[in-house]
Ligand binder design. Structure first.
Ligand SMILES: NC(=O)c1ccc[n+]([C@@H]2O[C@H](COP(=O)([O-])OP(=O)(O)OC[C@H]3O[C@@H](n4cnc5c(N)ncnc54)[C@H](OP(=O)(O)O)[C@@H]3O)[C@@H](O)[C@H]2O)c1
Length: 339
């Protein structure tokens, strides 16, 4: 499989390392290599139809800040259209205003008959229906396990292993930063501002924490799950959303007196698509601490199924991208075997 990597930041470099390190698995399981034939970041690109050396790409990015040898002003979308490759790994920044630049890269790749594997929430939270239809029309795959909860395998689990279940509803914690803040507020009786500052100092929260603390990130992930698992046709703006900025120390203390904690919960049910702070009894799975993500699926046969995992991180997110790459290789194997 020949891949083109769009975006060479934390996740782009993570998946490059994984592709380099998992060649033996690709060979043993599928009798194939996965070759990186192109990679680009905001202002440079590297291309070699014979395959690029992953270690050399990583070394150059680290030394010069660029994945390519020189700074270019080329339109990278042209590369996604014209280069020969099988799968685009799209890992550019999330933008929930218009999904760009990821939306254009994904649309161009799908239109050119390439599979797409992405960790980018923006295009999926805004244009899920359109992009899925484009993939179906061109008979290619659009996979996005890494876009929700990093290494927490909720999408592929629901769609593949729980295929026979009727999933009635889903609830979970989809943002590790908010969970860390709420937990620290309770543990140390901290005000919101001090817990946020601590999260920023530890690298969990961005300098501008709006996406996390206003519930935007959770709402994007909930939208993706609603479309992917429940077959809804919704966008990010359909989610009723309240963040955690207004949670006071007093509210946390009062919850504690009732043996409860406050958690930012996302919920999908027949008539509800909502992200909001809720009271959760201490000892309940959703009372989880730290930066982990957790999702509970309520199903007809298996009952309550709970999935927990790291919501972010270089190798954790690469692990979810890898699961999608392997799923595409497996699908190709099945289709070739059926011929
Ligand atoms: N980090 C995580 O743990 C995590 C977890 C789950 C999902 N995600 C999602 O995965 C995606 C990537 O995250 P990240 O942490 O790797 O971000 P990042 O470190 O900021 O890297 C983003 C990369 O995209 C490149 N880029 C920016 N604008 C571009 C453009 N117009 N065309 C081409 N490339 C462009 C940047 O180029 P330069 O290097 O030149 O600046 C950079 O290489 C995001 O959508 C994020 O929400 C991340």
């Amino acid at each position: 499989m020949d891949v083109l990597i769009a975006g060479f930041g934390v996740v782009g470099q993570g998946i490059t390392e994984v592709i380099r390190d998992k060649q033996e698995l690709f060979q043993r399981r599928f009798g194939k290599r996965v070759r990186i034939v192109g990679a680009f970041d905001s202002h440079s690109c590297a291309v070699d139809p014979a395959g690029l050396d992953p270690s050399a790409l990583l070394t150059r990015k680290c030394a010069t800040g660029m994945v390519g040898k020189e700074r270019l002003d080329t339109d990278m979308a042209q590369l996604t259209e014209e280069l020969e490759y099988d799968t685009l790994i799209e890992v550019t920044p999330t933008n929930i205003v218009d999904g760009e630049p990821g939306s254009t890269y994904i649309r161009t790749a799908l239109g050119a008959g390439r599979n797409v594997v992405t960790s980018n929430k923006g295009p999926l939270a805004l244009q899920f229906g359109e992009l899925s239809a484009l993939a179906a029309k061109n008979q290619v795959q659009l996979r996005y396990e890494a876009s929700v909860g990093g290494a927490m395998p909720v999408i592929n689990l629901s769609r593949e292993l729980l295929m026979g279940e009727k999933i009635y509803s889903l609830r979970g914690i989809l943002n590790g930063t908010c969970n860390f803040i709420l937990n620290r507020m309770k543990e140390e009786s901290l005000p919101f501002s001090s817990a946020l500052q601590e999260a920023q100092e530890m690298g969990y929260a961005e300098r501008d924490p709006t996406y996390d603390v206003e519930g935007v990130d959770s709402a994007c992930k909930l939208t993706i799950l609603a479309n992917a698992i429940f077959g809804m046709d919704v966008t990010y703006s359909d989610v009723v959303r309240t963040g955690i900025r207004g949670i006071t120390e007093e509210a946390i203390a009062l919850a504690g007196e009732q043996k409860k904690v406050i958690r930012l919960i996302g919920e999908i049910s027949e008539n509800r698509l909502e992200v909001t702070p809720r009271l959760v009894p201490i000892g309940h799975p959703l009372a989880i601490g730290g930066t982990l993500n957790i999702v509970q699926l309520i199903t007809d046969l298996a009952g309550e199924v709970t999935v927990v995992g790291p919501g972010a991180g270089r190798k954790e997110t690469a692990s979810a991208l890898l699961s999608d790459i392997l799923a595409i290789l497996k699908d190709e194997e099945v289709r070739n075997g059926a011929k």
